[in-house]
Write a protein of this length. Sequence first.
Length: 413
Amino acid sequence: MDHCHTSDLISLEQAREKLLVQTVPLTCRETLNLTESAGRITATDIISPINVPSFDNSAMDGYAIRLADLHDKQTLPVAGKALAGAPFQGAWPAGSCIRIMTGAPVPPGTDAVVMQEHTEVTETGIRFTHPVKSGQNIRTIGEDITQNSVVLPKGTQLSTAQLPLLASLGIATVDVVRKLKVALFSTGDELQAIGKPLQAGQIYDTNRFAIRLMLEKLGCEIIDLGVIRDDPNTLRQTFIDADKHADLVISSGGVSVGEADYTKQVLDEVGKISFWKLAIKPGKPFAFGQLEHAWFCGLPGNPVSAVLTFYQLVQPLIAHLSGFTAWQPPMRLTAKTTTPLKKSPGRLDFQRGMASLNAQGELAVQTTGHQGSHIFSSYSLGNCFIVLERERGHVAIGETVQIEFFNHLLKNQ
């Protein structure tokens, strides 16, 4: 059985740790306009050149007052207006108030802004109907961001939440880490290009297509080397050539123990393998190590296994190499099963599932069906991984399991 042959396998957590400890993030940077920077990683701390707000201003439509002018039941005449972009000008007479709009600079000497809902307009001026506190409804200079403070730390991914913030500070360009260069190829005489008719014994090259799509979502510069046939000399030269141009080389297939599986053999010759057997299912054969210049990841040939190992291991590796500091392992949630799950002890199992809220508002999950490593439709049908512990066996209906919802790499929507 499977659990009788797993003593030499390393855990997913150990594999991730080796990936991140042994690799070094890129240091090369480039300067881009904000409009070109979406999805990129900051190469330095970004410092605010200004205070935000840059002046004291009103948080409400209402009236600017000086507390010394305010007495019980007294009304104050309006001495002028302060609008956003058109501040009050001139002297502010004692015993009066200023009509002020949201965002307008508060006149010098203002102690508070009283919202108009807390006032009454009378023939003699404005009556204030609620107690007034010093500083109320005034946005003070630098209250949001102070000049010379760190707005975004190094290693931040720039998106809709960050780029408009930089624009509001007048920052037009940003230093970002250059894109990670990833060389990608598949191995196998049985592989046929997508769109061409299959010959006897052939299958379509699904893995390279799926991996390329995920690399694009991760913002990598892709060097697509196509399909490499099962010839050790050709494979060796492919690794040597890829090493000259890429930061990371990803191959698919050839890391198992079959007679025509040459990838591991060649990697032993032209590089240094750190590990290549994982205690996970699917995806036991996964090679990681270093060539002369680039890092490499050898993914399994089975489509489901290739995508899973990319998702769980290559994804955090790419984040690390790209300088992204906020990557975290997928969050695991608890759910109850509504279908039985088959499992043999020995490896951490990532089955594809469909999770939703049941009538009681609890997370429930069911299998997508057959979990073979060739059943790629399980990704299309599912929205999560059902994560079954290494030594766990079969799971009955109603048992509690851990799930990981797919992130943007695998989401159907």
